[in-house]
Design a protein around this ligand. Structure first.
Ligand SMILES: Nc1ncnc2c1ncn2[C@@H]1O[C@H](COP(=O)(O)OP(=O)(O)O)[C@@H](O)[C@H]1O
Ligand SMILES: O=P(O)(O)OC[C@H]1O[C@](O)(COP(=O)(O)O)[C@@H](O)[C@@H]1O
Length: 311
C-alpha cells in the first residue's frame, strides 16, 4: 500500500505567455488548472501507471473541495484533514522558450490539533509493507522538523518512507533515515553547501554518503541532463529521454511516483530505473502538471539507456 502525504496541496495554475516582461504588462494566452502539490501529483501518476494510493494531508476551502473531487473522479482514495482558510494556488508562468517561473504560495495556517489529527491518521495506516510518500513544502504553523518526526513515527510501525523535500526540511529529515529520496540537482547542491554546478562525481559521492545515513535508494534527478540512481550494488546514470517538452513542472513528482509504484510492485532495479526515466519524461510532454499516460510511459521505457557508473 502507498500513502501520499501532501501537507501543502495546491491548485497549479499554469499560464502561458510569449515572453515574461518583469515589471511590464504580460498578456496570458492560455491558462490551465490542475489539482497539484507534490504528493497529489504522485497519487495521480501512480494511478496512471496502474497502481493505487491513498492521498492525505491538509485541504481547505473551495480549492480543497476541487482537489478532493478531482481525486475522486480519478479513482484515487483520499483522506484529508480539513483546515480553515483556503488551499493555495501556485502559479507557473510558462514562456515560449520553455522557461518556467514558479510562484508558490505559503498555504493556510495549521493548528497543533489539526497536525495531531493528521499524525494519528498516518499512524493508523502505518505497518509492514506500507510506503509513505512525504513530499513538498509545509504550511505555516508546522515546524521544519516535521518530516523527521513523521519518519521516526512511521519507522516504529514498520513502514517505509520516500521523501521529496528541500532545504532545511530535507537536511533535518535525513537524520531519521528516510528509505528512498529523490533530490534534484539543485537540492543536492544546496545540501552539499556549494554554489556552483556539482559534477556527476560530486553528486555520486554525496549520494553514497547518504546511503551511509540509512537511506536505501537515492535517485538524483538532473532535469534535461537525466538522472542517477544509487543504491548498494547498483549505481547507474541515464541520459534524459528525447521528448517534446511542454512543461517540466511535475516531472520530479512523476519520478517519485514511479519510485513508489516500483517499491509497491517489487520492480527490480533496472525496471525501476526505466519507469522512473519514462514517467518523468512523459510528464514533461503534458500540459500543466498532468500525469503521463501509461501507454506513453511504456513506449518511453524502451528508449531508456542505463549506463553503469560505479568505480
Ligand atoms: N527537458 C526534459 N526532457 C526529458 N526529460 C526531462 C526533462 N526535464 C526533466 N526530465 C525528466 O524528469 C526528471 C525530473 O526532473 P527535475 O527537473 O530534475 O525534477 P524536479 O521537478 O524535482 O526539479 C529528470 O531526471 C528527467 O528524467
Ligand atoms: O510544496 P512545494 O515545494 O511548494 O511544491 C509544490 C509544487 O510542486 C509541484 O508538485 C511540482 O513539483 P515538481 O516540479 O518538483 O515535480 C507543483 O504541482 C506544486 O505547485
Amino acid at each position: 500500500m502507498i500513502v501520499t502525504v501532501t501537507m501543502n496541496p495546491a491548485i497549479d495554475k499554469t499560464v502561458e505567455i510569449g515572453h515574461l516582461i518583469p515589471g511590464g504588462l504580460n498578456r496570458i494566452h492560455k491558462v490551465e488548472y490542475d489539482a497539484g502539490g507534490k504528493g497529489i501529483n504522485v497519487s495521480k501518476t501512480i494511478r496512471e501507471l496502474g497502481g493505487g494510493s491513498i492521498a492525505t494531508g491538509f485541504l481547505a476551502g473551495n480549492a480543497g473541495r476541487t482537489i478532493e473531487s478531482v481525486l475522486k473522479d480519478r479513482g484515487i482514495q483520499s483522506d484529508f484533514v480539513w483546515v480553515d482558510g483556503e488551499t493555495r494556488t501556485n502559479t507557473k508562468v510558462l514562456e515560449d522558450n520553455g522557461e518556467v517561473t514558479e510562484l508558490n504560495e505559503p498555504g493556510p495556517e495549521i493548528t497543533p490539533d489539526q497536525l495531531d489529527e493528521l499524525l494519528a491518521r498516518l499512524e493508523g495506516y502505518a505497518g509492514d509493507g506500507v510506503l509513505f510518500v512525504l513530499a513538498g513544502s509545509i504550511p505555516s504553523g508546522i515546524s521544519i522538523d516535521i518530516y523527521e518526526k513523521i519518519i521516526r513515527l512511521l519507522h516504529k510501525k514498520g513502514a517505509k518512507v520516500l521523501l521529496d523535500a528541500d532545504g532545511c526540511m530535507f537536511r533535518q529529515a535525513l537524520d531519521a533515515g528516510p528509505d528512498i529520496i529523490k533530490p534534484n540537482r539543485a537540492e543536492l547542491e544546496e545540501f552539499m553547501g556549494i554554489d556552483y554546478r556539482a559534477s556527476d562525481r560530486d553528486l555520486l559521492k554525496t549520494a553514497r554518503q547518504l546511503l551511509g545515513k540509512g537511506v536505501d535508494t537515492v535517485a538524483v534527478s538532473m532535469g534535461k541532463s537525466g538522472a542517477m540512481f544509487v543504491r548498494d550494488g547498483y549505481e547507474v546514470r541515464c541520459p534524459a529521454l528525447n521528448v517534446k517538452a511542454h512543461s517540466t513542472v511535475g516531472a520530479g513528482d512523476a519520478m517519485v511516483a514511479a519510485l513508489a509504484y516500483s517499491f509497491d510492485t517489487k520492480n527490480g532495479d533496472e525496471n525501476t530505473t526505466r519507469i522512473c526515466m519514462a514517467a518523468s519524461a512523459g510528464a514533461v510532454t503534458t500540459i500543466g502538471t498532468k500525469p503521463p499516460a501509461r501507454e506513453l510511459v511504456d513506449e518511453l521505457m524502451e528508449q531508456v539507456i542505463i549506463e553503469k557508473i560505479g568505480e
